[in-house]
Design a protein around this ligand. Sequence first.
Ligand SMILES: Nc1ncnc2c1ncn2[C@@H]1O[C@H](COP(=O)(O)OP(=O)(O)OP(=O)(O)O)[C@@H](O)[C@H]1O
Ligand SMILES: [Mg+2]
Length: 344
Amino acid sequence: MPALNHFGLDIGTHSLKAVQLSGSSEQPGFVAAGQIPTPPHTVSAETEESVEALAATVKTLHKEARITTNKVVAALPESQIFTRVIELPPLSAAETRHAISWEAEQYVPIPMSEVRLDWQVLGKTVAGDKMEVLLVAAPIILVERFIKTIKAAGLTVVGLETEITAVVRSLVQRSEGAPTTMVVSIGASTTDLSIVTGGRINFTRSIATGGVALARGVAQELGFELDQATEYMKTYGLDATSLEGKVMQAIKPVFDVIVNEIRRSLAFYATKHPDLPVKRVVVTGGTAKLSGLVIYLAEAIGLEVQIGNPWEGVSLPSSIAPKLEEEGTSYAVAVGLALKQETK
Ligand SMILES: Nc1ncnc2c1ncn2[C@@H]1O[C@H](COP(=O)(O)OP(=O)(O)OP(=O)(O)O)[C@@H](O)[C@H]1O
Ligand SMILES: [Mg+2]
């Protein structure tokens, strides 16, 4: 198995994270990791200035985290791409290509000439008469902007994949025989949901609610500025006993948007795969640190809820282990990217 010789770069709207591992995806060794705040409004902006500002920050992170390679595997933000599990009749490879492009046209709201299509045949549907295909359509302009940013930072892109693919690799696919799992990744702007069974991604969804929306809820309800509201959100979270539950009450309606999306996704999945019910939920992303989240979510959906640990099986240097473990949920995407094994 070829050795891991790149680093993973997760370009989030709140912060950029970098992780470098050595060895193989089965026995990874720690090399370096770090994160740095994202310059405001640069991730989805298309101007030259924002590309430059982002590239400069990537360069700083690469240096400060002491990454020792220039090869990068980066994640495309789930919120800006179109991922879907579709059903097709059993077809030959050539027919599949044609059918996929036709299917993609049905729901991707931009012309096919402007997207890069990628897909993976997952297997047969429960009824057995169709095949399930995981389809990813990435706007070419987005892919080009990512490559341009990383090049401008003096680095080389050796791989691009979606955030969900990366998170599932770091949190689920490494534990053999894991039960059917829903992964909920709550970042600053976006929450990504996926359902994984037998190591395969069978369902994905992304919604535009995350930590920033929760903090906005606190700001509006309690009359704070956003920065102060963010601090209150981080300190009290979904804890009903602190401050007479005022922060919790402010967060609850926004957090319930996420809970409802989880419920809807579980219900949809149950109709497609009644034989493989979801057994547990693994939560990750910076906002997974919200206090009281595990209990609140477990009660709301009636399933076992765990916080994912991307550092599982990676031995961290003792000097930085506490910090990296404390920030573990933020690193799930970057660890997954760092673990991507080249297929040769
Ligand atoms: N202790 C905490 N409790 C609640 N939220 C927290 C805590 N610590 C950090 N956060 C929130 O986590 C978010 C950052 O998470 P993360 O690093 O996953 O975001 P990102 O990857 O940059 O965002 P996105 O993927 O949505 O673009 C921020 O909104 C921050 O307020
Ligand atoms: Mg993120």
